[in-house]
Design a protein around this ligand. Sequence first.
Ligand SMILES: *Cc1c(COP(=O)(O)O)cnc(C)c1O
Length: 358
Amino acid sequence: MFGRSTYAQINVTAAIDNFRQMSALAVNSKTLAVIKADAYGHGAIAIANALSDEAERFAVAFTDEAVHLREHGIVQPILLLEGVMSEAEMALAYELNFWVMLHRSEHFEWLRSLAPSQRPKVWIKVDTGMHRLGIGLDEIHSVLPEFDDLLIEGTVLCSHLACADEKHNSFNIQQSKQLEELALSHGLGFSMANSAALSQWPMTHGSWNRLGIALYGCAQSIHNISLILKPVMTLTAPIIALRSIEKGESVGYAQSWVAQRKTTIATVAIGYADGYPRHARVVTPAWLYHQRISLVGRVSMDMITFDVTNLAQVEVKDRVELWGEHLSVEEVAECASTISYELLTSVSPRVKRRYVDG
Ligand SMILES: *Cc1c(COP(=O)(O)O)cnc(C)c1O
């Protein structure tokens, strides 16, 4: 072996367990596993394979992500959350058993142009207030009757909550009621819940829930004490150098951090080119020898530096956990003024994924 041992270890058993816990919160709905963006950076093929006995359906953002899954033997129907880009892609969706999100009236035309026996299953996106995708509430009442011939059993009205992680925000209730009433009046199923809504807004549980971030073990924004989710990714990197610096000496670019005492500095082989956030503040924690250590100095492209003065036993080659089993990615994200989703999806291909069971 050569090179550095910087790894994202992916615990597929944890993903299975998280899926079971989350889907059990809504026993009257089905739950699909959202594995867009390479399963939030965890590896879509591995996660899909791990969940093949659990999840009846998967969801990705775009057709190319779904084609990639098919090329690697994933057979379940796959929902395309952002729909298709052309009529030809609509035809391909039928061939490859992708479910298509229709979110503009043009999409209904593309669907109608296909022979009835060659049409993919579809969901219809309704804009209940996110104002990003979907047919507006003012239009939907005319669009649905206009394309009545395309609606079949199993067609689902879908919408997305703007504030699902805010437990007391009444906008969630407003959005949910609008979607549910619409679905009832047209005799269709609905899908509203993402992870946060699945766990704390039972009124959003529809015929399908869309489980993303909690599948990967992130539950900080989720207020449900019955859940014990496990982080799926643990990111570790080795110490490649140690040095002692004197009080008053600086570390890293722009001399932004200056030692207030004689300090032992550990240099760790990971940087922003690997997806470690460049905006992580000084004092962002990492985990070493069963305790927390603090980031010092600026994050470089390939390296970061920690104050390990209090750990007498530290040696080169020791492995530092940047986030995962002992330190939540949410906490690190907060120190970098971002969210867990961004950190997980930013872990670059330069970081090898190692898949483990349990
Ligand atoms: C990504 C995504 C989800 C999953 O959301 P989480 O917060 O990760 O659970 C659900 N629905 C849509 C439309 C999405 O794009």
